[in-house]
Design a protein around this ligand. Structure first.
Ligand SMILES: CC(C)(COP(=O)(O)OP(=O)(O)OC[C@H]1O[C@@H](n2cnc3c(N)ncnc32)[C@H](O)[C@@H]1OP(=O)(O)O)[C@@H](O)C(=O)NCCC(=O)NCCS
Length: 176
């Protein structure tokens, strides 16, 4: 649905759920997220059924696009929409770890942010990241997010407290 150079963002399909469940049980991935409970396919299915009915949340799955290879599901991006104030809260996960650090996350965020401003008519997007996640922070800054706040010692992750860094971007600050 949203076409990038190396990826496209599409509506998530039920057949993707076993892969989502695999990602949500991977402790290397979970250290960067708020989730901590073991995930089953049944719970994931319930979450999916509720999520697609919600007006205020939009989830896209990230597929690689290539003229030679089969497209591959590598992650998800989502946006929670505050219509009254015109603000979107973003989330991202590249669940296929072999694809980390190769620019896919940054490209997916650019597509989602363009959609937030040009299609949803939002005026601002926000994202939050743990201080223990320098890769995500670097990606967000590359896209144009600006640090707006720091919640000290906000989350307990893998035996230690981490800060929550809050970033934001206004519509006019986004350069596609
Ligand atoms: C965070 C995430 C979405 C970023 O996507 P990605 O495709 O891996 O990131 P990109 O390759 O686009 O950009 C990462 C940047 O961080 C840099 N980076 C990687 N490790 C780093 C480190 N330890 N310190 C500083 N910068 C680092 C990379 O060099 C790259 O910058 P560059 O292109 O200027 O070289 C992805 O890694 C992911 O899903 N991780 C697991 C879940 C997660 O953290 N989700 C976000 C929760 S807020």
């Amino acid at each position: 649905m949203l076409e990038g150079t190396r990826i496209r963002l599409v509506a998530p399909r039920k057949e993707f759920l076993p892969t989502f469940t695999k990602w949500m049980n991977d402790r290397e991935i979970l250290q960067y997220l708020l989730m901590y409970k073991p995930m089953t396919l049944e719970v994931e299915e319930k979450w999916f059924d509720q999520m697609i009915k919600q007006e205020g949340t939009i989830l896209f799955s990230i597929l690689t696009r290539s003229s030679t290879e089969k497209e591959k599901l590598i992650g998800n991006v989502d946006i929670g929409i505050d219509h009254r104030n015109g603000v979107g809260s973003l989330g991202i996960i590249i669940g296929e770890k072999d694809y980390w650090g190769q620019g896919y996350g940054t490209e997916a965020l650019r597509l989602l942010i363009a959609y937030a401003f040009d299609t949803l008519n939002l005026q601002k997007v926000e994202i939050e990241v743990f201080s223990s996640n320098p890769r995500a922070l670097a990606s967000y800054k590359k896209v144009g997010f600006i640090e707006e706040g720091l919640k000290r010692r906000r989350y307990y992750i893998r035996g230690e407290y981490v800060d929550a860094i809050q970033l934001g971007m206004l519509k006019e600050e986004f350069h596609d």
